[in-house]
Design a protein around this ligand. Structure first.
Ligand code: FAD
Length: 284
């Protein structure tokens, strides 16, 4: 696809969006995509709602980003609650759209949904995509430098990540974290287990504290105490939160790049400002 060829950044970047459901949200994503495109992302990705709750919105958003913004948009596909037939239909749709990259996930069982569906773990989805589509898709999977919250322990979680890569993943994107050492350690351990695929750090820019706290509690990402205490102390002073957050996240990215990270995947939450502030610091 036609993303801008020359990036002003010192590393390849990708941007993650969620599928908008209203016209207002669509307009917001259009504005965000237009601004972030200037940073020449390698690709952008579109999340998939738990239990298929964005079954039509994800493909619609992928199509919109590809056709109207000329971005290489990759769908996320989570298998929890889905059947083989449903997943097969989506794979066919994405093949027809010309998507060559897919982010394959288990997802989480939404409250009220009783059945796991035809797949139990993301490794089974990766295997299924490989069998159904051979080498058509470049498959990214998720990994967790600070451990997935449901894993029995960090070693078992690493074993499960290794199994996902052996099932046919071409690359991995991490859950976000603010401790660079957790990432470096995780990559070293994965390499020691024979994993050779790129492991790209997922980075969450900081724009407000309450939401970040909520997300982090849910996904098991640690906000280091010194960061949390400063963010708390800014209270409603959004400008200071944004400026401090951009400094902290840009410094994290610099460390990751200097330590050999092969790129940065930004969780944008469909807003440009916090991600732009980090990109500007990295380019400056
Ligand atoms: P898995 O790799 O299947 O792992 C899930 C848990 O099961 C882990 O604790 C693992 O250790 C354990 N496990 C794996 N295999 C086995 C086994 N054989 N036996 C026992 N235990 C096992 N969610 C969405 O709903 N939509 C999205 O679009 C989305 N995008 C994401 C993008 C990224 C980059 C990341 C990091 C996460 C994303 N998520 C998304 C969240 C993700 O779906 C959740 O974290 C989910 O709980 C785990 O998904 P997974 O693919 O890592 O699962």
């Amino acid at each position: 696809m036609n993303s801008t060829p020359h990036s002003p950044l010192p590393t390849p970047v990708s941007f993650e969006f969620f599928p908008p459901k209203t016209d207002e949200q669509r307009a917001q994503l259009d504005r965000t995509a237009a601004k972030l495109k200037a940073w020449a992302p390698e690709y952008v990705s579109v999340t998939f709602g738990a239990g298929g709750s964005t079954l039509s919105y994800t493909p619609e958003t992928v199509r919109r980003l590809r056709e109207e913004h000329a971005l290489d948009a990759a769908p996320h596909l989570s298998c929890m609650g889905g059947t083989r037939a449903e997943i097969r239909r989506l794979l066919e749709l994405y093949q027809a759209m010309g998507c060559r990259r897919i982010v394959a996930l288990r997802g989480d069982l939404p409250s009220g949904m009783a059945s796991y569906g035809d797949f139990r773990y993301a490794s089974e989805l990766v295997e299924f995509i490989r069998t159904e589509c051979d080498g058509f898709f470049h498959i990214e999977v998720a990994c967790y430098p600070e451990m997935h919250p449901q894993a029995s322990d960090a070693h078992a979680d690493l074993d499960h990540f290794v199994a996902k890569v052996r099932a046919g993943a071409n690359g991995a994107i991490t859950q976000y974290f603010y401790n660079a050492d957790a990432y470096f350690r995780f990559v070293d351990e994965a390499r020691a287990r024979g994993v050779t695929v790129p492991i790209v750090p997922g980075v969450m820019p900081i724009s407000q504290y309450a939401q970040l706290r909520r997300f982090s509690d849910l996904c098991g990402a640690e906000i280091p105490r010194w960061i949390a205490k400063r963010l708390e102390a800014y209270r409603d002073d959004l400008e200071s939160i944004r400026s401090f957050g951009a400094d902290v996240v840009a410094e994290l990215c610099r460390k990751l790049i200097a330590g050999g990270a092969p790129g940065i995947h930004f969780y944008t939450l469909n807003r440009a400002r916090a991600t732009l502030a980090v990109c500007e610091r990295l380019a400056g």
